[in-house]
Design a protein around this ligand. Structure first.
Ligand code: PMP
Length: 394
């Protein structure tokens, strides 16, 4: 029997999706699960009309860069909100979700054997996508500062991945850090691949800074973003990537061979309702970030620690006191207590003493029950015997 390619066999499953699939299966069987593992916020968004969208166009492929009207709206969005100029004619491609946009960015920049710096905790797909390009992810442990990145750069380094705000910590890149990152990119001839999927989940005005704000010509910057999080439309699979014209041309070829274009009907729908949907989701995004703050206080009350961060709807919670690794911890939490979370090990080798919780899809009361179960499981599996069985407060 022929065998699948070795390097594909070696790729790990996406940890968050693996756990979410278990949740979907449990729910289908009618089990109640407190779902703190989902990578999305559930918003109230009305369904607008489809039957007034242009036919027959919506039955057919669109331009492989994406509908010009949609490119114009996305370019204006980045210019208006984040002060980043994007030429909709030459610098942006709309594609089927940002996951493939990131992969195309890796394909367009990496040769076999090249190295890519990825700061942990890192969203689950960066390392595997880099491996799929026959390149090497260099995982930078979570305590490392941007100033220390130099120690990880070699002759083979081609790119640095930056996820701002970070999934799973919510951490934001400061302007001083961006200056340092762009200096490194200039000095070592590197690409900065900036994943800005959670750009709107930031309360302070100016708190989110796009990578391209420091490189408006985008000479070494490739930005990926998506409608999955900021619009709450993950199921629609619409993402985009922008960079300089020449690099974009390379990415466009990949898009032509891999995707052709996103679903045209959905592109048209987004064009028609772009501002309406943003207007509807903006206050809900604010609410979820406020809710995240409330959950952070809840964790404080339970004596649980988490890595610092303010954006997104995730918290990366320490389970260090438990004697369990993060996969065993999350499996037991799900199977024995009906609470789904994502093991930290999926976010890097240095993160096995963490789990990710998401506050996007459950109300505060159920989140509190979930957090209480996390605190209990930590106590009951504590490596230090005197913590074992200690009362759980808050
Ligand atoms: N980047 C990050 C940091 C994410 O969390 C996700 C989704 N979980 C993506 C990219 C991909 O999102 P999509 O493909 O839905 O645009």
């Amino acid at each position: 029997m022929p065998r699948p390619a070795r390097y594909v066999q070696d790729i790990a499953e996406a940890m968050s999706i693996k756990y979410n699939n278990r949740v979907y299966e449990k729910k289908r069987r009618g089990e109640d699960v407190i779902s703190l593992s989902f990578g999305e916020a559930y918003f109230d968004i009305p369904l607008f009309r489809f039957d007034d969208l242009p036919t027959p166009e919506l039955y057919h492929y669109s331009h492989s860069r994406g509908l010009p009207e949609l490119r114009a709206l996305l370019a204006e969005y980045y210019r208006g909100r984040f002060g980043v100029p994007v030429d909709p004619a030459t610098e942006i491609v709309v594609t089927a979700g940002s996951k493939i946009a990131l992969h195309m960015a890796f394909m367009a920049t990496l040769a076999p054997g090249d190295e890519v710096l990825i700061h942990e905790p890192a969203w689950v797909s960066y390392t595997e996508q880099v491996r799929l390009c026959h390149a090497h992810p260099v995982q930078v442990p979570y305590e490392t500062t941007v100033a220390e990145y130099r120690h990880f750069i070699t002759e083979r380094t081609r790119a640095i991945v930056v996820n701002n705000p970070n999934n799973p910590t919510g951490r934001l890149v400061t302007s001083a850090e961006w200056e340092e990152l762009h200096r490194l990119a200039d000095e070592h001839d590197l690409y900065l691949i900036s994943d800005e999927a959670y750009s709107d989940y930031v309360l302070e005005p100016g708190g989110f800074i796009s990578a391209a704000a420091f490189d408006p010509a985008k000479t070494h910057t490739i930005v990926c973003n998506t409608l999955s999080k900021n619009y709450g439309m993950s199921g629609w699979r619409i993402g985009y990537v922008f960079t300089n014209e020449e690099m974009l041309r390379q990415i466009l070829k990949l898009n032509q061979h891999l995707i052709t274009c996103p679903a045209t009907i959905l592109e048209w729908y987004v064009v028609r309702h772009f501002h309406e949907v943003l207007g509807i989701t903006a206050p809900q995004i604010r609410d979820v970030v406020v809710k995240r703050r409330a959950v952070a206080r809840m964790l404080d009350g339970f004596g649980l620690r988490y890595l610092p961060g303010e954006g997104t709807f995730y918290l990366f919670v320490s389970i260090e006191e438990s004697g369990l690794g993060s996969e065993e911890f999350c499996t037991r939490l799900l199977e024995e207590r009906g609470v789904s979370t994502v093991p930290g090990i999926g976010y890097g080798e240095s993160c096995d003493q963490f789990i990710r919780i998401s506050v996007g899809s459950e109300g505060l009361d159920r989140i509190r029950s979930g957090v209480e179960q996390i605190a209990r499981l930590i106590r009951e599996t504590a490596a230090v015997p005197e913590l074992n069985g200690a009362a759980v407060g808050a």
